[in-house]
Design a protein around this ligand. Structure first.
Ligand code: SF4
Length: 729
């Protein structure tokens, strides 16, 4: 490729949590091509999304002017399912709104939020009872996440603020915080180069974290043994030493059986446990595991006892063993217990705190780690300081200029709880930036009805998404290559994104939008943020936001904005200005009060909705290589859309034969909550009696079918398991 670019700008891929560094080649004001750059996570490698998927920034459907709902256009979720090919008609969606100036749109947006807030205040409502909530986004930068949670907390006096981590790794974070005092990964992906054995469970990195998958394959080629544990025989199984295609939903049965082998065969690393684990926990866990012999668990998990014993022994006796996991573990009504069992595996064997070991929940979105670090979560402030902690609240109040005692001490509502509250009128107004709950939340018909019932909904986004189509005010925001900001990848590496393009039309920087709303809601914010996404000098705009944020975050205390501009990437924690960062953590203690980890027994949990005679198949939802989450960006990318233009449900050949269907035949998938029509695709990786449907396609929205059953600890929804019927059409 020889065409010369006018400019080349170093940035970060906006899709998955691997956080590949990219060089954006700009020609005539447009993105000409993207090349891999030598970043810490990718060393120049990219997948098809990073390489070819960023042309969505120039799509003609980009929002270029603020929009206000027309008084004669009632909010109608049915518009999302009415249109050519079952997709919404973009003209019909747009016709619900009239263009407005920024001043008018911001005034209307803020006035509606203030009206609901002030009415609640007059009734003395506080905390989670305040009928206002916000969804920020892991697609945004650290600074945007920080400002978003600060705005909701400061302007409304509530912690009703959350983001897509609730639907992603909330159960992982809950279990990790409980067990080892930190929700972040212990070792970076590339550290698998030092592992002798690698476990990948409930994750499909070839599709969802493709560059991470290349590092795992490289490790296997070097000699590491790969154990793949997944109901589906995913592509990585071609590289695996053992593939355990276990029964969906039986994670704890399988993992506790492995733990049983370790404690009964003398494979516990006694020295590590004595030094690093809370006294008494091992004994309690041993007692708990008595009932989980592999022979007893084999019928539940579908893996024979000999294989369970073999894999458990191999993991425990390898010099260095590392565990990766994904949504297949986390997105269950017993997700926290699933992760507790994985943590116990690492702690009992001492496979943590050294190169080639550790626990790595593969983060989904490019900045879900950073958004969580920044406090975009209803139960914690920046740096995971609990809202119940008076010192944490006092520090935030002092930094944000709030009166002493202003912040409530009870956590706010979570994502699914907020939409339930919107449905029944307890939440009446919302601000949503960059999230698309009309597509991403379980039981989508319910979620869409809840959004439509809101008295006032303000959405800032780059497209008129399915969620924005239900808004009162829509604010046109910037795409990632159009603004300055930092993001934190799955490895805890903070990286700098630099603007390469001007925002289209009258689109404005997300951080500027938040600052303007804050001022209209009575806050005296004055960061000097550039409305067009530029800037980033240490003494103004985004740089000032970053430095205020790190003043509340000991993990970033040594990383000034000026230093980040200089180094471009560094892995936190960075406690001092001369600290080089720490790719591997927990080397000598855990960040718990006494420095020791906790072993928490994992209990067997059944899926909330097992198959039955009326709904005999299990539905698993997920992503695919070519499309990202709800498809808002990648379905507007020319190359990616050409590769996968339409939805398919993947079925085993035996399932197709049983239904009397040829591959490609259309079917209706029906659950207790809704139905979708979609073409079939034959896929031997999917077990018989299981259907796999990606959730990126509005015309066959997988979440119309899923169930909003929640994990009781983490409040994550069980979007990886529900019962469906499959009928020919
Ligand atoms: Fe982007 Fe993830 Fe692909 Fe890297 S692996 S190019 S971060 S989508």
């Amino acid at each position: 490729y020889t065409r010369r670019a006018d400019r080349v700008v170093r940035s970060v891929c906006p899709f998955c949590g691997v956080g590949c560094a990219v060089d954006l080649h700009v020609r005539d004001g447009r993105l000409d091509r993207v090349e891999g750059a030598p970043g810490p996570a990718n060393a120049g490698r990219l997948c098809v999304k990073g390489r070819f998927g960023m042309d969505y920034v120039h799509h003609p459907q980009r929002l270029t002017t603020p929009l206000i709902r027309r008084p004669d256009a009632p909010k109608d979720p049915a518009l999302l399912t009415r249109g050519p090919g079952g997709r919404p008609d973009p003209h019909a969606l747009r016709a619900q709104f009239r263009p407005a100036s920024w001043d008018e749109a911001l005034d209307v947006a803020a006035a509606g939020l203030a009206r609901v807030r002030d009415a609640a205040r007059s009734l003395g409502l506080r905390g989670r009872a305040v009928p206002v909530a916000g969804f920020g986004s892991a697609k945004g930068s650290n600074e945007e996440a920080y400002l978003f949670q600060k705005l909701i907390r400061s302007a409304f006096g509530t912690h009703n603020v959350d983001h897509c981590t609730r639907l992603c790794h909330a159960s992982s974070v809950a279990a990790l915080m409980e067990g080892i005092g930190s929700g972040a990964v212990s070792n970076p992906v590339r550290d698998c180069a030092h592992a002798d054995l690698i476990v990948v469970m409930g994750a499909n990195p070839v599709q969802n974290h493709p560059v991470a998958a290349t590092w795992i394959k490289n490790a296997v080629r070097r000699g590491a043994r790969l154990v793949l544990i997944d109901p589906r025989r995913t592509e990585l199984s071609r590289h695996a030493w053992r593939t355990l295609t276990f029964t969906p939903g039986s994670d704890v049965a399988l993992l506790n059986a492995m733990l049983h082998v370790i404690v009964t065969e003398g494979l516990v690393n006694e020295a590590f446990v004595a030094a690093r684990v809370h006294a008494g926990d091992v004994q309690a866990l041993r007692a708990h595991l008595q009932a989980f012999a592999p022979e007893a668990m084999a019928p539940l998990c579908g893996i024979d006892a000999a294989t369970i014993r073999e894999v458990a022994r191999a993991y425990a006796t390898s010099p260095a063993a590392m565990i990766f996991w994904g949504m297949g573990v986390a997105q269950h009504s017993h997700g926290t217990d699933n992760v507790r069992a994985l943590i116990a595996l690492a702690l009992l064997t001492g496979h943590i705190g050294r190169p080639g070991t550790g626990l790595h929940p593969l983060r989904g979105q490019n900045n879900v780690q950073g958004a969580s670090d920044a406090g975009l979560i209803p139960m914690v402030l920046p740096d995971y300081r609990r809202v119940a902690d008076p010192a944490a609240r006092a520090a935030a109040e002092a930094a944000w200029g709030l009166p002493n005692g202003f912040l409530p001490d009870e956590p706010g509502l979570t994502v699914v709880e907020i939409l339930d509250a919107a449905y029944d009128g307890r939440i009446r107004a919302m601000l949503i930036q960059g999230e698309n709950p009309a597509m991403s939340d379980p039981d989508a018909h319910h979620a869409r009805a809840a959004l439509a019932r809101l008295e006032h909904l303000v959405v800032a986004d780059i497209f008129l998404t399915e969620t924005a189509a239900l808004a009162d005010v829509v604010l046109p925001a910037t795409a990632w290559p159009e603004k300055t900001g930092s993001v934190t990848n799955t490895d805890r590496t903070v990286q700098l994104g630099r603007p390469a393009l001007a925002p289209p039309g009258d689109a404005r920087a997300d951080a500027w939008i938040l600052e303007q709303l804050a001022r209209r809601l009575g806050l005296d914010w004055d960061y000097g943020i550039d409305p067009h996404g530029g800037g980033g000098a240490p003494d103004n705009g985004i740089g000032r936001v970053f430095d205020e944020m790190r003043s509340l975050m000991p993990a970033l205390a040594g990383l000034s904005w000026e230093r980040l501009l200089r180094v471009g990437a560094i892995t936190h924690p960075v406690p001092t200005a001369d600290d080089p960062g720490h790719p591997i953590v927990f080397t000598d203690r855990f960040p718990t009060p006494d420095g020791r980890a906790r072993l928490v027994p994992a209990c067997l949990g059944a899926p909330a909705e097992p198959p039955d005679a009326h709904y005999p198949f299990v539905l698993i939802t997920g992503r695919q290589l070519e499309h990202w989450h709800t498809g808002a960006m990648t379905r507007r990318s020319a190359v990616l859309d050409a590769l996968e233009p339409t939805p398919h449900v993947s079925l085993h050949p035996a399932t197709l034969a049983r239904l009397g269907l040829a591959p490609g035949a259309p079917v209706r998938l029906r659950s207790r909550r809704g139905e979708v029509s979609v073409a079939t695709r034959v896929d031997e990786a999917v077990p018989p009696d299981v259907a796999f449907l990606p959730f990126a396609y509005v015309e066959a929205a997988a979440n119309v079918l899923t169930i909003a059953a929640l994990d009781p600890v983490a409040k994550i929804a069980e979007v990886k398991y529900c019962a469906v019927a499959i009928e020919p059409v």
